[in-house]
Design a protein around this ligand. Sequence first.
Ligand code: SAM
Length: 329
Amino acid sequence: MLADSFGRVATDLRVSLTDKCNLRCAYCMPPEGLDWLPSAELLTDDEVVRLIQVAVELLGVREVRFTGGEPLLRRGLPGIVARTAELRPRPEISLTTNAIGLARTAAALRTAGLDRVNVSLDTLRPETFRKLARRDRLPDVLDGLAAAAAAGLTPVKVNAVLMRDVNDDEAVPLLRFCLDHGYELRFIEQMPLDAQHGWKRAEMVTADEILTALGRDFTLTPDDPNQRGSAPAEAFLVDGGPARVGVIASVTRPFCGNCDRVRLTADGQVRNCLFARTESDLRGPLRDGASDAELAERWRRAVAVKLPGHGINDPSFLQPDRPMSAIGG
Ligand code: SAM
């Protein structure tokens, strides 16, 4: 079990498969990209699967979410998914992706054992997409979304980050689009995780603002709070339901007390929080021949010292050195 000293147990593992991405979203990366991790430092497919196996078989992990960077850029993804699906107890397997290329791969990933996807889509306007993601790929994202739904990677969830004066007028159109297509939309408050360290609290579009904007066109009713559990999204029924919309208000309404997540970076470091300032190396011991039990013990120790909260709202908050793209969102 991956328990911390505040009584939380991590059962949801986020695995970053690469720090590389084919977009340059302004809230995440600078236009020129970043210095990517050297390939010798990246876990191989076998190493990734071995660590997931330790997490599932020895540490009680029940959900595995592949992320990045952009996980569809990882050539071995279908094989990694297939091998994860063979583990017992079989974990739920999902993917957070920008969906570029998913139109080609959704069916194969479904066959490999992928259960569902979270697709990032911040705008429906090609011009705004170009400005925000600095690439002209909106049609690919929309094709990927449709392919995910057609392949049964459901419920298809859509993640949207609103940026002031860029796409903050799109809350309603994004929700209409998702309702029309049967996708479940969740807005994520912009967090201080960009590589450029450009996040400013005053510029962040808050959950309150998003809900006010949605409330002008829809009737939102808070979903049963008992259903929320450790889910980061606060859910609302739209016009009486059954459709729902979520808001992940990591900054203004933190939910750290119910956090059940733990992260493995593409270079084999355990992070017990997105905002952790320290990591625990598993790649070194793994390559030095550590047993599964030894790796599990290191992992346990890494989670045991998890802080009670992410600290974004503390005056002394310091943004982690590793950007979101390297940590895996
Ligand atoms: N490339 C994949 C994607 O686009 O979904 C997976 C990685 S991306 C880092 C994972 C999620 O983190 C995306 O939904 C993205 O919008 C979100 N994200 C990245 N930087 C963020 C930030 N500074 N604040 C809030 N969410 C952020």
